[in-house]
Design a protein around this ligand. Sequence first.
Ligand code: FAD
Length: 513
Amino acid sequence: MSASEFDVVVVGSGPVGSAFAATIAAEGGGFSVALIEAGPIVSSPPGRHVKSMASAADVARAQERSQGGHSTVEPTSGRVAARAGTYLVGDGVVGDGETGMPAAAMSTNVGGMGSHWTCACPSPGEGERIPWIPREEFEQVFHDAEHLLHVTQNAFEGWPLGDEVRAVLSTLVDEGREPDRRVQPMPLGISISPEGDRYWTGPDVILDDAIESGFVTLFPETLVVRIEITDGAARGVTVRDAVGGERRIGARMVFVAADSFRTPRLLHVSGIRPPALGRYLNDHIQVMALARLDDRFIPQGEATAKPHARGLELFSGVNWIPYDRDTFPFHGQIMQMDASPIPLSGVDEPWPGSFVGIGLFGCKDIRAEDRVWFDDDELDESGLPRICIDYRLTEADHATIRGMKEAAGRLAEALGGLVGDDRPTHLPNGNSLHYMGTVRMGEHDDGNSVCDSFGRVWGILGLAVGGNGVIPTPTACNPTATSVALAIRAARRAIDDLTSYQATQTEETPHAS
Ligand SMILES: Cc1cc2nc3c(=O)[nH]c(=O)nc-3n(C[C@H](O)[C@H](O)[C@H](O)COP(=O)(O)OP(=O)(O)OC[C@H]3O[C@@H](n4cnc5c(N)ncnc54)[C@H](O)[C@@H]3O)c2cc1C
């Protein structure tokens, strides 16, 4: 095969594209993969998580280079601030907090948002899971995703005040739950060295040795501008690289994992425009509150040595309140911090773990009208149609927000009370960084979905999509582990498809060597 011909082209090197590429490399029996990424390499090895970088200066540089040329994360002209390592999606999304998605963001770097994420990998509960993927099959592939992401619940074992916080939360929410859906340490994608150092999972961990072994060829700073379709089948992609010229990279299969905004855009510019494309956009409703543990929890007396704060990581542990459809229909990410994230007068050297960030995620009321669309008449800095978003919270969403605020207040009260004047706050649309639905999967090709449960785009041979955009169900839990599981499942199906296609070709040409 030539340098511009591969078995598989993967667009996007975030956790999902990397998981798909790594699975083909590990299980595909020699299929070659081109992993094409618009952004630059910002770390060594490529795709490394910024939290595992050696110095604060390295982190700052990697974050800045991931922001697609946007040098600031400060709010400007009424916009919300983007998180470091991300930048806001185009001007069309700025709403009044009610319509639009003012906090919608993306990353452009080798590793994608997977070099910046918090690595929380909870499993979806009843009601969040995709009903037409058999439960046992999903659980097996989710387990494989946990393995690929190095998920553990022991990353902060024995952290200060962790048991105490979990005991309070359990009293409030655990009644009637199955053991695996009770309050527990958050499953996190982190490896721990024998010395106890944490290495946060980025796409470098997912890819492992797939690049060095030669199965996967990485093309950084290479923008895919079009998927090539001939006779109803994907035949490769057209790319534009740093040199500026366009060229073709051929493949027998194309997998697009370019995030929930840019995956549908790539299909759109390639003339693939099923009615559901870009629609059903949903983002987790997010409510935050800050509590401080009261004296009941803080060890008293001079004999008790205060544990050292962990410095740059800012938090010492993460607890999980799993989503429960019937009793607590939210996902709780409860971060114990070593210092207050908001300036407080008269508080110095708090006990590590005593500030508790209560983050609740809730399900959006999913509607076809909430969508990302593309303005062909106005191009953005990448030269592709500008990304626009129509998005609105419904009455049902406002009821969810009220329920979340009430629940966050109740949790905070039980832990010792809200900090200062802080009240549970509903964060701007897009803040969760979990954008779903825009290339959703469906059981049938009935116009309400873009692909089947293996990500295969309806009606186009050899083209599949992945990422949070394929998730069709209302969910509250962080989606990346689910999307990685679906990508592994899609890759295994792609291997079968490529193998049977190869067998057909051999049968048709019996003398081929
Ligand atoms: C600060 C932060 C914290 C987060 N915490 C969590 C968490 O705890 N748990 C969780 O589940 N999720 C979390 N997330 C979200 C998580 O990072 C994403 O769900 C995940 O990265 C999605 O993976 P992906 O591979 O689908 O997309 P991405 O990681 O977004 O990668 C997509 C890649 O595609 C590239 N691309 C786009 N268009 C093109 C093109 N035309 N040609 C070539 N390349 C292209 C982009 O440059 C990008 O690198 C967090 C995100 C951030 C930023």
